[in-house]
Design a protein around this ligand. Sequence first.
Ligand SMILES: NC(=O)c1ccc[n+]([C@@H]2O[C@H](COP(=O)([O-])OP(=O)(O)OC[C@H]3O[C@@H](n4cnc5c(N)ncnc54)[C@H](OP(=O)(O)O)[C@@H]3O)[C@@H](O)[C@H]2O)c1
Length: 214
Amino acid sequence: MRIGILGTGMVGKAIGTKLVQLGHEVKMGSRTANNEKAAEWVKATGAHASQGTFSDAAAFGEMLFNCTSGMASLDALRSAGEKNLNGKVLVDVSNALDFSKGMPPSLSVCNTDSLAEQIQRTFPNAKVVKALNTMNCNLMVNPSLVPGEHDVFLCGNDAGAKIKVKELLKSFGWKMPIDLGDLTGARGMEMILPLWLRLMGAYQSPNFNFNIVR
Ligand SMILES: NC(=O)c1ccc[n+]([C@@H]2O[C@H](COP(=O)([O-])OP(=O)(O)OC[C@H]3O[C@@H](n4cnc5c(N)ncnc54)[C@H](OP(=O)(O)O)[C@@H]3O)[C@@H](O)[C@H]2O)c1
C-alpha cells in the first residue's frame, strides 16, 4: 500500500521504517520538501521511502498517519490539504501536549473533547482512527520490546477504517487491538498521557505498557 506519514520526528521515523520493512511504500511529509531529518530517513530506509511536503505525503498516501506535534497537528493537516485527506483513513498518533508552561506538560484539550475529535470535525470527510498514542514509538512497531501481554487501543467513527487499522496493527505484532468504540474514545486515550508521563519518570525508561486484565 502507499502510505503517507505526516511528521519527521521519532514517531514518523519508527512507523515509516516499519511500514517499509513490511513492504509498503512510504512518503514522509514535513513543512518543507527537503527536510533534513526526512532526507536522513529516506537515505537509511531505501527505495520504498521518499519525502516531500505535508501535502505531497498526503496526496501520495492511500492511508495516512498523523505523527506531528499535537499542538500543531491541525495546522500541519491544513497544509496537507483537505482534498488530500478526504475519504482516506487518517491514523492519529498525536498527543496534544502543551509544554508552554514547562514540565510536566498539560493537555490542550481533554474531558469533553480530544485532539482526534478536533481533527475529525475540521476534516469531516477523513476517516480518523486514533491509535498507538498511549505508548513509546519503538514499542508501537515492536510490541515484543516489553515482555508478556499488553495492549494497544483504537477508536474511530468509521467501522471499515478501523478494520484496516486493526489489520495494520496486527502486522506490527499486536495480536488483539482493543476497540474503544467511536472517536469519543480518544478522550480517554489522550488523557492517559499524564499517567504515562508519571510512569516514565518512575521507571526512567519508556519500555512499559498498559495491560487490561479482566
Ligand atoms: N515520541 C513518542 O514516542 C510518542 C509516543 C506517542 C505519541 N507521540 C505523539 O506523536 C506525535 C509526534 O511525536 P514526535 O516526537 O515524533 O515528533 P514531534 O517533535 O512532536 O513533531 C514533529 C513534527 O511536527 C511538525 N511540526 C512542529 N511544529 C509545527 C508547526 N508549527 N506547524 C506544522 N507542523 C509542525 C514538524 O514539522 P517539520 O517536519 O516541518 O519539522 C514535525 O514533522 C506527537 O503528537 C507526540 O505527542 C509521541
